[in-house]
Design a binder for this molecule. Structure first.
Ligand code: MN
Ligand code: MN
Length: 323
């Protein structure tokens, strides 16, 4: 960890209005990965939706989330902290991708995150569709070994293959991650799961691996505090990733996404859930599946930006603890 530096401060809202200037995540300075030195947390976009099986558009997520994130202020009122006084945070720009090729893009993303980790940063990524989590996890597992994961989603994303044997889609990242040994299935909790299945057996594989699947019905029966206790018990104090698919929220709150499912979490519940993971042993996090073409008001990108802000606050506390 490096010393806190003025060069990682967001634009001052007192002098530069929050709607003004070039949009970066949380109004942070932009430092390309090959130039950044001394950052603790690297925020970047993965503008790619080549794993999408239905409505596309998540490739446009990072740019829209950056724009909406200019609404963030510096201090979290409930946690009582500012991440920018605890950690050096930077916008690393967007990871290189190829919109026409799946597996080469997964390699490009992994290589980019290798660079993030290699420079001592914790990654916070904005998708992109949910397949982008797989190469991020591959890179992080080289440092941390098989990780636990708190996964917010309407879908388990542990399906096997689509359309004649395609292994890599946004419905399969966590099956692949478990098969590859980058996630420890017994330390995965999936929260908000709902929606129809392709067959009665769809859930069997994940459950047989030992994943703790908390369907949305159970989430509402438990309530936020007890659901958080379940999540904490599953992941424990070992290295854990947080992956947040914005379709975990009800489409009333987050309509701009590719595969919406009704009956989901409210924005307030989502904020409370992420915030309540304070103190987790985090390795990194992502927010995926914001699809601006389906987000007429920009509200879904605001949800995405705000949940990334919640995750950034947790990460900064962890960085400060380890400094
Ligand atoms: Mn997903
Ligand atoms: Mn989903």
């Amino acid at each position: 960890m490096s010393r806190l530096s003025e060069k990682f401060q967001p634009l001052a809202s007192e002098s530069v209005p929050r709607y003004a200037g070039v949009a970066t995540f949380m109004r942070l300075p932009y430092y390309p990965l090959d130039e950044v030195e001394g950052a603790d947390i690297g925020i970047f976009g993965i503008p790619w939706d080549g794993g999408t099986t239905n409505r596309p558009g998540a490739r446009h997520g990072p740019r829209q989330i950056r724009d909406q994130s200019s609404l963030m202020r510096k201090v979290h009122p409930v946690l009582g902290l500012s991440p920018f006084t605890l950690a050096n945070c930077a916008d690393l720009g967007d990871c290189p991708v190829n919109p026409l090729q799946i597996e080469p893009t997964l390699a490009q993303i992994e290589q980019f995150v290798d660079g993030v980790v290699g420079k001592g940063m914790m990654p916070l990524a904005a998708g992109g569709d949910h397949l982008v989590s797989l190469p991020v996890l591959r890179a992080l597992a080289k440092k941390h070994g098989p990780m636990g994961m708190v996964h917010f989603d309407a879908h388990t994303d542990t399906w096997d293959r689509y359309f004649g044997g395609c292994k890599y889609t946004h419905g399969t990242p966590f099956r692949r991650a478990i098969e590859e040994g980058v996630l420890d299935p017994k330390r995965i909790v999936q929260i908000g799961i709902r929606g129809g299945l392709y067959s009665e057996q769809d859930d069997d594989w994940g459950l047989a691996q030992g994943i703790r699947v908390m369907r949305v019905e159970e989430f509402y029966d438990l309530g936020v505090e007890r659901a958080l206790q379940v999540a904490r018990d599953v992941v424990g104090d070992q290295p854990t990733y947080i992956s947040f698919d914005v379709d975990c929220l009800d489409p009333v709150f987050a309509p701009g996404t590719g595969t919406p499912e009704i009956g989901g979490l409210t924005t307030h519940e989502a904020q409370r859930m992420v915030r309540g993971l304070r103190g987790l042993n985090m390795t990194g996090a992502d927010l995926v599946e914001v699809s601006p073409p389906f987000d007429a008001s920009g509200a879904t990108a605001l949800v995405g930006a705000t949940l990334m802000w919640e995750m950034l606050c947790l990460m900064s506390e962890q960085v400060a603890k380890q400094r």
